[in-house]
Structure formats: structure tokens, C-alpha cells
Design a protein around this ligand. Structure first.
Ligand code: 5GP
Length: 208
């Protein structure tokens, strides 16, 4: 057995309040890191300008979404800000078993469900530097109505109470620093001892 076989793909779960910058951090990581793949979620939310079907999300209606729930096709799902969001199961399982790391960018309810099935997942919480900055970012990106922004800000403090379920927390004040920290977490997780002494010795002998 080669040691690499003992180190299959890892599941990284990124959560944080809306506007904390999870999406931007993920995008940067995907550009910089090979063997890392983002899970494309399914949602009943309407597409925003610039979002692409199958890349940003799989956009669908409630009826179809509920069929996917019943069919057991989702690794997890949750209702967030009044819409369904869920992670298609099959692509995640395939990628992990092929040795590719997978990132899920999902809310805390979904993350908790993933944790039940994948306790070995790595759970990372992205925090905004302050509430004032969060409000500024949500208003500045101009993708939500004023009402939707208030709904998301109202949820933020409740969402912070999930922090103790997570392994790591990264404050996204300066984007470069936050990306570097998440990258460091990925590298550190892959440097963990994931084999026994016997397996290590056997693999060195094999390679001689
Ligand atoms: P947005 O509408 O801004 O794209 O996403 C709203 C929230 O839904 C974010 O917190 C995002 O992380 C979360 N979300 C996106 N995809 C999923 C998913 O597949 N499952 C769950 N549980 N949450 C998701």
C-alpha cells in the first residue's frame, strides 16, 4: 500500500455569515490550489446577475428540490433566508474517493448535518471583522434588496453561536491574509499523521 492511498481527499466545510467573504475566499483557493474542487449546490433562490447555471448553483424550483430530498440525492440541505439550499451527494463522494479535496460553502445547519456523517471533515468558520463592515459589504455588493440585507444581518448574531462546532475560525479583514490562513489549514490538515508506524515502514520498504 502506498501512503498516498491512506490520504484520500478531504472534505473542507466553510461557513460564515452572509457577506463574510466565503465565496471570494473559495474562488481564490480554487485558483491557487490543485486537487481542490468546489461542490456546486442546488438552490431554489433566483439567480443573481452574473450567476451561471451549474457553476454558481444548480437553480431549481421547490418541487424538484423536494424530489431530490426524498430521493436521497443530497448530502445535506437546509432552508436559508427562506430558500432551499443543498449539496448534491454523488459528485462529492466521487471526488473524495478519487483523492480530490472538496470544499462545501454551506450554512451552519447544513454543516452540522455534514458533521454527523463526516466527522473527519474540517470545519472552518469565516468571520467578518465587525458588524459595521458586514453591513457595508452587503450593501456595497448590491445583489440583495434592503429587506434581504436586514434579514441576513438579523441572522448573523444567531449564526455566530455555532462557532463552537467548528475546528478553525478565520477573520476576513484583509482578503489576502484570510486566503493564506485557509490555505495553511488545508496544508496542515494534509500533514496530519494518517497512518500507522507499520504502514509507514511497509511503504518505505516497498519503494526501495
Ligand atoms: P447565497 O444566497 O448568498 O448564495 O447563500 C446563502 C447562504 O446559503 C450562504 O450562507 C451559503 O453558504 C448557504 N449555502 C449555499 N449553498 C448551500 C448548501 O448547499 N447547503 C447549505 N446548507 N447552505 C448553503
Amino acid at each position: 500500500m502506498h501512503l498516498k492511498d491512506k490520504n484520500p481527499g478531504k472534505l473542507f466545510v466553510l461557513s460564515g455569515p452572509s457577506g463574510a467573504g466565503k465565496g471570494t475566499i473559495c474562488k481564490r483557493l480554487l485558483e491557487e490550489m490543485e486537487d481542490l474542487s468546489l461542490s456546486v449546490s442546488m438552490t431554489t433562490r433566483a439567480p443573481r446577475e452574473g450567476e451561471t447555471e451549474g457553476v454558481s448553483y444548480f437553480f431549481t424550483d421547490r418541487e424538484t428540490f423536494e424530489k431530490h430530498i426524498q430521493g436521497g440525492n443530497l448530502l445535506e440541505h437546509a432552508q436559508v433566508y427562506g430558500n432551499y439550499y443543498g449539496t448534491p451527494k454523488e459528485p462529492v463522494i466521487q471526488k473524495l474517493s478519487a483523492g480530490t479535496d472538496v470544499i462545501l460553502e454551506i450554512d451552519m445547519q447544513g454543516a452540522l448535518k455534514v458533521k454527523e456523517n463526516y466527522p473527519d471533515g474540517v470545519f472552518i468558520f469565516i468571520l467578518p471583522p465587525s458588524m459595521a463592515e458586514l453591513r457595508k459589504r452587503l450593501t456595497g455588493r448590491g445583489t440583495e434588496t434592503a429587506e434581504a440585507i436586514e434579514l441576513r444581518l438579523g441572522e448573523t448574531l444567531k449564526e455566530l453561536s455555532y462557532i463552537d462546532k467548528y475546528d478553525y475560525c478565520v477573520v476576513n479583514g484583509v482578503l489576502e491574509e484570510a486566503v493564506a490562513r485557509v490555505r495553511a489549514i488545508v496544508v496542515a490538515e494534509h500533514s496530519k499523521v494518517a497512518f500507522t508506524a507499520e504502514e509507514l515502514i511497509a511503504s518505505y520498504k516497498e519503494e526501495e
